[in-house]
Ligand binder design. Structure first.
Ligand code: SF4
Length: 429
């Protein structure tokens, strides 16, 4: 649904940005004990920056728990920002007067994932769609009704539907009504938080096509939150990829999805089901468990799952051997070893991780053998410690900063000229 010209996908300059988010943080305190002492914090959003231009659609994609919905809610003012700024139409949110805040609430509309949550079952659809108009001071009931009927028709329903109740509509129809309600106050920006993920796939494409028509017709910007790469590819001009509260890569959709640079983006693409199960271009995470956002990994937050994690430069290991070693190390650390591993024994473990009979590097082989002996003793902690001792990586010691990759920012040491590691080719050979 992007226009293919590439124009809309160009990076937005500050001068034409409608929304500017700079170093935004949303942290939640973790409290414990009778006195509810603060013992830590969940860093749901941790220093996120992006811009969105007039009429542009920016997708934010990531797994559940990545913080993408919290970004949306913080921009809307539904969560308190812990730090950073949000500017809308050149004005900083925290400095808005009451009337400016009211204007912001009219200008920025939210569409949520589950349309059932968006409506009161006792309110007729016409009243629900007209409600924002009433809240923003339009007293004339007839005018409200005329606007609502017009919008219901524009979103593919009929004017008479205004007199029906929400339960009389399907999920897809309710989402159309939610879109009509967002449009009724003529907003500049719609924040759509997984707007189609509760719908079946046929209805999904109808609703997406409607959103796409509408954003072009009304020249509305859309911040589109989704976990679904395919949907983002269809709908968005630009894309930001989030992992554990941070943006790891951003750029034009076709650049990021056809030439993904960050290992996490490659893993996300690898999780899209392939018709060919032997497809070797798929990248898989080393471990399944998303780390706790209350205690994110040091250094690069993705290092515990990254299939491209950088090997220690003191060891001489081929890429395949290093991947097998890293897989064992982080599987032990995440406590994801199959339950039968310690009874199956060393040969089974070597085979399971693709470690071969022995590793060519003596030091690496010694560490792996001792770790496997510890697993056979059912001492996973000792095994994990032994692997960590020998296979320490720059990815866990140092936090990557945004590096320039063909004009787009990628937060990974493999793109950092100070680190001795090249990006791996894509698609994987
Ligand atoms: S910094 Fe290291 S762990 Fe993080 S994405 Fe890059 S290669 Fe993977």
């Amino acid at each position: 649904m992007t226009d293919g010209s590439g124009q809309a996908g160009e990076a937005v300059t500050d001068a034409d940005a409608l929304l500017e988010v700079d170093s935004l943080k949303t942290h939640y305190p973790i409290r414990k004990g009778l006195l509810r002492r603060r013992v830590g914090e969940i860093r749901a959003v941790d220093g996120v920056s992006f811009e969105l231009g007039q009429g542009e659609t920016l997708g934010i994609v990531g797994e559940s728990g990545s913080g993408k919905s919290t970004v949306a809610r913080t921009i809307m003012g539904l969560e308190d920002a812990s730090d950073g700024t949000v500017r809308f139409d050149g004005k900083e949110m925290s400095e808005l007067s009451q009337s400016e805040m009211q204007e912001f609430r009219r200008n920025v509309q939210l569409i949520v994932q589950d349309p059932n949550e968006a409506f009161s079952p006792r309110m007729k659809v016409g009243e629900a769609v007209a409600e924002p108009l009433r809240l923003h001071g339009m007293e004339d009931e007839q005018r409200r009704r005329a606007l609502v009927e017009d919008l219901l028709e524009r979103v593919g329903l009929s004017a008479n539907d205004a007199d029906r109740y929400p339960h009389e509509f399907s999920g897809g129809e309710k989402q159309r009504i939610a879109i009509a309600r967002a449009l009724v106050v003529n907003p500049d920006l719609i924040i759509a938080d997984e707007p189609t993920s509760a719908l079946d796939s046929r209805v999904q494409s109808d609703v997406l096509a409607l959103l796409d028509d509408i954003r072009h017709e009304f020249d509305i910007s859309v911040l589109f939150i989704s976990h679904d790469i395919d949907v983002v590819r269809l709908f968005c001009d630009r894309l930001a990829v989030m992992y554990l509260g941070e943006i790891v890569e951003k750029g034009r959709v076709e650049e990021v999805l056809d030439f993904p640079a960050h290992p996490y983006t490659r893993v996300l693409l690898g999780s899209v089901p392939s018709l060919d199960p032997s497809d070797r271009t798929l990248a898989r995470p080393l471990t399944e468990t998303m780390p706790d956002p209350g205690n994110p990994p040091e250094g690069c937050r993705f290092h515990t799952r990254c299939p491209e994690v950088i090997p220690p430069d003191t060891l001489d290991l081929e890429r395949e051997h290093w991947q097998a070693v890293a897989d064992l190390r982080f599987t032990l650390q995440a406590d994801e070893l199959p339950e039968n591993a310690h009874t199956e024994g060393g040969d089974w473990i070597r085979n399971h991780f693709g470690l071969g009979d022995s590793l060519p590097d003596e030091e690496a082989e010694r560490a792996v053998s001792e770790a496997i002996t510890a697993v056979e003793d059912d001492d996973i902690e000792r095994a994990s410690r032994r692997m960590t001792e020998t296979f320490s990586t720059v990815c866990e010691r140092e936090t990557p900063v945004d590096a320039d990759h063909d004009g787009r920012p990628v937060s990974c040491h493999r793109y950092d000229s100070d680190v001795e590691a090249e990006p791996w080719p894509w698609p994987a050979e």
